[in-house]
Design a protein around this ligand. Structure first.
Ligand SMILES: Cc1ncc(COP(=O)(O)O)c(C=O)c1O
Length: 404
């Protein structure tokens, strides 16, 4: 069974909950803080760390990261209002395609520090709204570029958002005149601060460094004043090998070399998944165990309407079993003694599967099943209302920090 076992505090909390309070998301905030501090320590001083709030915007998560990050990346008016409230006064960068005039206005009113501009149209809207909403303030802009990459160099990516035709950012040939216009005063209220790029998610350190070098090389070679380059997030999380971690040390060393080669340039990264995935667990219980056409199935309380990650990414969510020896019911206890069991949820769709053919010994109704790596793109990307099952409980544990 692929695990990433729950930390002792998470395990104790899960076992203390009665079945009626399952499923539950349990987050270990102390472990999150320790993990984020380790990431921060691996990065050179001249690299700023923003957290991409879309990965997990729970206020407790945002607050727990506060001392380790330099700011937060938000990608909608909703995230903007939410993050500004959860961590007031912290630097924000507003990114994402399709920003509406109302969202841009709200961002200007809130004093958002940086706008990641996705198109020439968006720049013109921002220029006009800045003139109306904050006439005495200059607004920092980082156009988002979609740089082409050598064929196959994003092949390891689970989610490529650039390096090929996409709705994200601008082709270099379109971004370049826009950067020049920003630099030559065509938009007097907009300050060209730098360039932003987020080309893909799910990459290893070497691949991400190649992306960073490409973006920095392109941005600094244009002959326009560039103070900052945001090279995005996308650090891989290995759901098939949950104990493996992104090589932050190698990535930090590579960024240090890049920073040394460009004195005076601030580099920034904005990871989401690789910061918070490891601090969250989705815990539930086995309701039924069944045999169907030669295969074993366990039906769990809950499902992909709470934890959609395995369905969207097409993986098996790593999990472990916490046996519960008591069985309070008068009816017999369904069980499977050994073999491979597919862990399904309560939805009326064959897609409601959290993990396929998991090797188990003695799995019984009433046992707890705990899914790990559920701290990012989990609850907040799920279709909660389908079938109207109850929502899970949420538990945010603080305390001594175990290693993630
Ligand atoms: C612009 C941008 N920045 C950062 C991220 C975070 O990516 P990840 O969670 O893979 O680190 C995303 C994810 O979609 C993104 O679109």
């Amino acid at each position: 069974m692929t695990t990433a076992h729950p930390t002792p505090a998470v395990r104790d909390r899960i076992l203390s909950l009665p079945p009626s309070r399952l499923p539950a998301y349990v987050y270990d905030l102390a472990a999150l803080r320790a993990h984020a501090a380790g990431v921060r320590a691996a990065l050179p001083g001249r690299v700023e760390l923003y957290y991409a709030a879309k990965a997990n915007p729970e206020p407790e998560i945002l607050a727990a990261l506060d001392s380790c990050v330099d700011g937060y990346e938000v990608a909608s008016g909703g995230e903007l209002a939410h993050v500004a409230k959860a961590v007031p006064g912290r630097p924000l960068a507003f990114g994402g395609p399709g920003k509406t005039p109302d969202e841009v206005t709200a961002a200007l009113e809130l004093g958002v520090g940086r706008f990641h501009v996705e198109s020439a149209h968006e720049l013109r809207v921002l220029a006009e709204l800045a003139r109306r909403v904050v006439p005495r303030r200059r607004v920092a802009v980082l156009p988002r570029v979609n740089l082409p990459v050598p064929d196959g160099s994003l092949a390891g990516s689970s989610l490529a958002m650039g390096g090929r035709p996409t709705p994200f950012g601008m082709d270099p040939a379109r971004a370049e005149p826009l950067l020049r216009a920003l630099a030559d005063g065509t938009y007097p209220q907009l300050e060209l601060r730098g360039v932003h790029a987020h080309l893909a998610s799910g990459l290893e350190a070497a691949e991400l460094l190649a992306v960073a070098e490409g973006v920095v090389g392109w941005a600094t070679g244009l002959g326009v004043p560039i103070a900052e380059v945001n090279v995005g997030g996308g650090m891989g999380v290995d759901y098939a090998d949950p104990e493996r971690r992104f090589d932050w040390a190698a990535y930090g060393e590579g960024l240090a070399r890049l920073a040394e080669a460009h004195p005076g340039l601030t580099l920034r990264i904005e990871p989401g998944r690789a910061l918070t995935a490891y601090c969250g667990w989705y815990a539930t219980e086995v309701l039924d165990v069944k045999h169907s056409h030669g295969e074993e199935f366990a039906v769990l309380r809950g499902g992909t309407h709470h934890l959609r990650t395995p369905a969207t990414k097409g993986h098996d969510q790593p999990c472990s079993v916490l046996p519960v020896d008591t069985w309070p019911h008068p009816w017999p206890r369904p069980s499977v003694h050994s073999g491979h069991v597919t862990l399904a949820g309560q939805l009326c769709t064959p897609k409601d599967v959290l993990a396929r053919r998991v090797p188990v010994r003695d799995l019984r109704a009433g046992d707890r099943v705990v899914f790990s790596l559920a701290g990012a793109y989990a609850w907040n990307i799920s279709h909660h209302d389908f079938l109207m099952h109850p929502r899970p409980g949420f538990h945010f544990l603080s305390g001594d920090a175990p290693a993630l």
